[in-house]
Design a protein. Structure first.
Length: 135
């Protein structure tokens, strides 16, 4: 994409190399952060993958600065609410700063494209742990 567009990779709070997300961090904070990036850069097009896709969808709904949004594999639960046990487990891991555990929970629990085999989630967890993500 970068060969045809200027690309800004946003390191969302509590992900990547950023600090753990502060208490109360949620979709509204994520959309506000994306809005600040758009304002600072003049960008009008957004692309989001997985949970970033959810942020982009909400941002496109509420931020007039967004002209186009490309969305890839949003973890949606079509026709039903997010299962309470899944959401509770995911939030518990995130609240405790256990990034790798949250990653694996999300990969196993969210209907996100073609199923993700358990062996891959175990590899992802070990890799995240080796790279310094909290477990």
């Amino acid at each position: 994409m970068a060969h045809r567009h200027t690309v800004h990779l946003v390191d969302r709070r509590g992900r990547g190399l950023s600090q753990n997300a502060p208490p109360g961090n949620g979709i509204a904070t994520e959309v506000a952060d994306l809005g600040a990036v758009l304002a600072a850069t003049g960008a009008q097009d957004v692309f989001g993958v997985s949970s970033g896709a959810i942020v982009c969808l909400e941002a496109a709904r509420v931020l007039p600065a967004i002209r186009r949004a490309a969305i890839f594999e949003p973890p949606l639960f079509p026709g039903r609410d997010v299962p309470a046990a899944f959401a509770a487990t995911l939030n518990r891991h995130l609240d405790r700063g256990r990034t790798a555990s949250a990653l694996v929970t999300g990969m196993k629990g969210a209907p996100d494209g073609p199923g993700f085999p358990a062996c891959h989630t175990d590899v992802a967890a070990r890799t995240a742990h080796r790279r310094g993500c909290a477990g």
